[in-house]
Design a protein around this ligand. Structure first.
Ligand code: ADP
Length: 529
């Protein structure tokens, strides 16, 4: 039996920091709120951008919440949970990352006020849980059913999601590309759609202008044909994918090869040559006329390939190899000796073309017609990067609507409606939880308020005006940030998939609740690096 009495028991190592109760809560709430405050100014069409500079001096300029948080080197554990909110939101719904984080921050702010009034965290958690559940029901009830493939709706939703990103001037053009791309990759069965976003590849090439961005039915690879003697264009392509090198491997151990006579040297070189020739022969034998290699291709192997009229590309990125496999139906092979005709993929055309003075490989008319590429163009690296982020969001929003066929009004309309309905619900629930549900309802107003604030409008005055108009005219009334007036957002074409809003409320409330549950932080001393 352990002897407990009379002896101090050291449970935690020296240097461990511990915060308990209110201290722990205060600290966590503060850290999480700082994260939300940081990205709050980017919300909405009039939101500002952030410039992030990493330790190597690389710069990212963006308006995208998930990207900002990803680039910031966040240390505090509670703040990291906010980053998780953005990541989950991005994964589940594709858009609404800033919204989710801003709501989480405001929920915590309101929770802190309740804690200051000595309301126990468990009551707040209960109220928030009830409110979050009810919010899902309300959103379902106000969502409008639309024909999922209604081109105009899809376009408006894509445009709403692109708003505020750097690509503002080309908003409509990019939205159209996003809709077209998603429609091409969508699978339809009995009027229901399923979209695998992985079928859409984004390839970026600096130069030209954003309006030169194009949709290509097939896969575009930022590489060139490796040898000038090879064909630059192959029709009815039979494609081999090899994720190794077309080289004779160097011995891994420090073996020394002693060559004492010219004959031996000759034999050695011939042996190498034979091995390379065998590899190339194998490729030809199985019937391939195009080969993509993930690693290098030896000069001699290039020579043989050229002689056989095979188009070869080297150092293809792993992700591109995977896209090619999916698009052409090819199987990626590691050992060339294992290559069989069944491993080959097919495409109507593989061709090297010049884009902005540089060569790129176009693989078109693939076996799987669902594979498409959006080739993004723009004046600088920062522009193409931001256009890519805008298109990524737009494509996901279009997918959400195509799959669910449900939309809601943006511009704060949905949040105001939720806020009003949750206030009524709070009274039904009554008891101590009522206060927490009311706080939740109040917190949601942060979205219309911030949209107004970021547009340079008076936040309080605008909010009062828009809530009054909303109560009078209905659930689609939000703020038109361009006019600075309440407006029917559906009519203005500011629409969002209901999935985005439902997920934003869900991830925001889950994060806030998780942070509120913590009343003890035990942090080990940092190891010296
Ligand atoms: P998120 O990362 O949350 O999508 P955004 O910066 O893209 O953040 O802003 C989205 C918000 O902006 C949504 O609430 C959306 O309804 C709103 N919004 C988009 N376009 C307009 C507009 N023209 N007028 C008012 N609000 C708009």
């Amino acid at each position: 039996m352990a002897q407990l009495a009379g002896q101090p028991i050291l449970i935690l190592p020296e240097g461990t920091q511990r915060y308990v109760g209110r201290d722990a809560q205060r600290m966590n709430i503060l850290a999480a709120r700082i994260v939300a405050e940081t990205i709050r100014t980017t919300l909405g069409p009039k939101g500002m951008d952030k410039m992030l500079v990493d330790s190597l001096g690389d710069i990212v300029i963006t308006n995208d919440g998930a990207t900002i948080l990803d680039e910031m080197d966040i240390q505090h554990p509670a703040a990291k949970m906010m980053v998780e909110v953005a990541k989950t939101q991005d994964k589940e719904a594709g858009d609404g990352t800033t919204t989710a984080v801003v709501i989480a921050g405001e929920l915590l702010k309101k929770a802190e006020e309740l804690l200051d009034q000595n309301i126990h965290p468990s009551i707040i958690i209960k109220g928030y849980t009830l409110a979050a559940q009810k919010a899902q029901e309300i959103l379902d009830s106000i969502a409008k059913d639309v024909k999922p493939d209604d081109e105009e709706i899809l376009l408006k939703a894509a445009m709403t999601s692109i708003t505020g990103k750097a690509a503002e001037e080309e908003r409509e053009y990019l939205a159209k590309l996003a809709v077209e791309a998603v429609k091409l990759v969508a699978e339809e069965k009995d009027g229901k759609y399923k979209v695998d976003i992985d079928n859409i590849k984004f390839e970026k090439k600096e130069g030209g202008s954003v309006s030169d961005t194009k949709l290509i039915r097939g896969v575009v690879i930022d590489k060139e044909v490796v040898h000038p003697g090879m064909p630059k264009r192959v029709e009815k392509a039979k494609i081999a994918l090899i994720n190794d090198a077309l080289e004779v491997k160097e011995t891994e151990t420090d073996a020394e090869i002693r060559i004492t006579s010219p004959e031996q040297l000759q034999a050695f070189l011939e042996q190498e040559e034979r091995m390379l020739k065998e590899m190339v022969d194998k490729i030809k034998e199985v019937g391939a006329n195009v080969v993509f290699v993930q690693k290098g291709i030896d000069d001699l192997a290039q020579h043989y390939l050229a002689k056989y009229g095979i188009l070869a590309v080297r150092r293809v990125k792993k992700s591109d190899m995977e896209k090619l496999a999916k698009a052409t139906g090819a199987k990626i092979v590691t050992n060339i000796r294992d290559l069989t005709p069944e491993d080959l993929g097919e495409a109507e055309l593989v061709e090297e073309r010049k884009v902005a003075g540089e060569n790129m490989i176009f693989v078109e008319g693939c076996k799987n017609p669902k594979a498409v590429t959006i080739l993004i163009r723009g004046g600088t690296e920062h522009v193409v990067d931001e256009v890519e982020r805008a298109l990524e969001d737009a494509v996901k929003v279009v997918k959400d609507i195509l799959e669910d066929g449900k939309i809601i009004a943006g511009g704060g309309a949905a949040e105001i409606e939720l806020s009003i309905k949750l206030d009524e619900y709070a009274k039904e629930v009554g008891g101590k939880e009522q206060l927490a549900i009311e706080a939740f309802a109040e917190a949601l107003k942060v979205i219309p308020r911030t949209l107004a604030e970021n547009a340079g409008l008076d936040p309080i005055e605008t909010l009062v005006k828009v809530i009054a108009a909303h109560k009078e005219k209905g659930p689609t009334i939000g703020i038109d940030v361009y006019e600075g007036e309440p407006a029917d957002m559906m009519e203005r074409g500011v629409i969002e998939p209901v999935r985005v809003k439902k997920q934003a409320i869900k991830s925001a409330s889950e994060a806030a609740i998780m942070i509120l549950r913590i009343d003890d932080v035990i942090a080990a001393q940092k190891l010296e690096k």
